[in-house]
Design a protein around this ligand. Structure first.
Ligand SMILES: [Ca+2]
Ligand SMILES: [Ca+2]
Ligand SMILES: [Ca+2]
Ligand SMILES: [Ca+2]
Length: 532
């Protein structure tokens, strides 16, 4: 019975079978006219394919051919004829009944039980299910008695190129250092294609760059993006929007494509030295500034970022080195010139500093582009300040005889305005230093006089102050100490000391002797006063 009931299954090159894999360039969006054209073109190819799949028949030794092919995504008006089961004992009189079971039997795949024709009733999608395992059977129509043991066969869904490449991980963000060598790898992008990678070129991808040349390139096979231009400068341009395309069919015409965006940011390197905008900076400092006070600021610009843009400052040389110092405002990156020692307008009116700005972190790769430093000159002029007048002596000592009449001259003090303006000076005696007002001073010439006779026995010294102020000046007065000694005069009767001798010449007249005696007394008294 085996030999007699030989089941032969023919693959029929009919209907959708004419759609070849090559026609698979057809995709969901194609119009009917295009389809007809492709069907015709692909006929030859499909026939070749038929040589290996068209016949599913049974020999004595077993099933030799066991596959049908059906093209995916067929959307014609009629169900697709997948293939035909045929038994050679089928004389065509209807006494054999073909039965189909397995995956999709009765739903997706229906069989005409008389002719053995199998049709697909639905559009198949290879990317959803690539193959179906079915069972073919031939039974006697009247008895349902199997004429063959059930036999499995497979319906393979034939791929068409109906899926474009997709970048599932895009958009990409990548960073690469500025000034990188040409060919430096930036990032690898990858597209996937849902079509059959084992058959045809429907999933064979080629990468190309649509936007981003001439700065970047992409390797066609790997999707690795590399730099393509030397000396790309972050300070000139930092961001690049690159568009990469992946195309199937090996990149050929008619392939499907997908794109992704790659935002590439250049990272910084230290490729710029700091630079002063000016060759000379002018500053001014008032002579009344105190050490530590700020005189002025200057800045060297460095367009690099972070530590590549850090700038240190120092004074290299100049006659102002001992009078000024430089610190850095780390927030603004400015050099701050400060007074180190007081300056005096009347002594020196300008100073010069040679200032250097440098990058503390130099990248050895770019060292030859340096030096990473710059110098400039800072000229500082000293401004005159309205200073208080200065007394010509640190203090004054005067003497006045006791009991001298009111208005007796005591002495004269002298103060001067040292400023260029040389304002006239006015004097006064602060009242608290001379509470009893023994003295007056002429406000204009500084002459001190008594206001009444002084008594040495009551107060032998008067320590007063005199202040001097400029007319129209804004500063405090200058003060000087004035010590006045009250000189003793002989207001008590002179007494002879016992051991003192009075020498009288023998041959002088008495009147003359008296005068000589008085003179000697006077000298004696004067010596007493001076020795006190
Ligand atoms: Ca496909
Ligand atoms: Ca594809
Ligand atoms: Ca720099
Ligand atoms: Ca830079």
């Amino acid at each position: 019975m085996w030999e007699e009931l030989r089941l032969q299954v023919f693959f029929l090159c009919l209907g959708a079978a004419l759609w070849s894999a090559a026609a698979a360039a057809t995709h969901r969006g194609s119009g009917p006219r295009e389809r007809g054209h492709r069907r015709h073109l692909s006929l030859h190819r499909h026939r070749e394919r038929g040589k290996e799949g068209q016949v599913l028949h049974r020999s004595k030794r077993g099933w030799v051919w066991n596959q049908f092919f059906v093209i995916e995504e067929y959307t014609g008006p009629d169900p697709v004829l997948v293939g035909r089961l045929h038994s050679d004992v089928d004389s065509g009189n209807g006494n054999i009944k073909y039965i189909l079971s397995g995956e999709g039997a009765g739903t997706i795949f229906v069989i005409d039980d008389k002719t053995g024709n199998i049709h697909a009733t639905k559009t198949l999608d290879r990317e959803e299910q690539a193959q179906y395992t079915l069972t073919a059977q031939a039974v006697a129509r009247d008895t349902n008695k199997p004429l063959e043991p059930p036999s499995e066969f497979i319906v393979k869904v034939q791929d068409i190129n109906d899926n474009p490449p997709e970048f599932l991980h895009g958009p990409y963000y990548a960073r690469v250092a500025e000034m990188s060598n040409v060919g430096t790898s930036v990032i690898k992008v990858t597209a996937t294609d849902a079509d059959d990678p084992t058959y045809g070129n429907s999933a064979r991808l080629v990468y190309s760059i649509l936007q981003g040349q001439p700065y970047f390139s992409v390797e066609p096979q790997t999707g690795i993006i590399r730099t393509a231009l030397p000396n790309m400068d972050r300070e000139a341009r930092q961001e690049y929007d690159v568009v990469i395309q992946a195309k199937d069919m090996g990149g050929h015409m008619g392939g499907l494509s997908g794109t992704t965006q790659v935002k590439i940011t250049l990272t910084d390197v230290n490729d710029n030295p700091p630079k002063f905008a000016q060759g000379v900076y002018a500053m001014a400092v008032s002579e009344d500034k105190v050490p530590g006070e700020e005189v002025g600021r200057l800045k060297a610009r460095d367009p690099d970022l972070a530590e590549n843009g850090l700038v240190d400052y120092r004074i290299l040389e100049g006659d102002g080195m001992n009078f000024f110092e430089i610190t850095k405002d780390s927030e603004t990156q400015e050099a701050v010139v400060k007074l180190k020692k007081p300056v005096d307008f009347e002594t020196k009116r300008s100073y010069t500093l040679k200032v250097e700005a440098s990058n503390p972190h130099v990248d050895p790769r770019f060292a030859t582009w340096g030096p990473y430093k710059d110098t400039t000159i800072v000229k500082i002029s000293v401004e005159d300040a309205d200073e208080p007048p200065t007394f010509m002596a640190p203090s004054y000592n005067f003497e006045v005889e006791e009991n001298a009449p009111a208005g007796t001259l005591v002495g004269r003090v002298h103060a001067k305005d040292t400023d260029i303006m040389n304002n006239p000076v006015r004097y006064m005696i602060p009242r608290y230093t001379d509470l009893e007002e023994f003295f007056t001073i002429n406000t204009e010439d500084g002459i001190i006089k008594t206001t009444r006779p002084l008594d040495r026995e009551a107060q032998s010294w008067h320590n007063i102050s005199v202040s001097a102020a400029e007319i129209g000046g804004h500063h405090q007065d200058a003060k000087v100490r004035v010590n006045i000694k009250v000189k003793d005069v002989n207001d008590n009767a002179p007494e002879f000391a016992t051991q003192n001798e009075v020498l009288v010449c023998e041959n002088v007249s008495p009147g003359k002797v008296n005068r000589l005696l008085l003179k000697a007394l006077y000298i004696y008294n004067k010596t007493l006063v001076n020795n006190q």
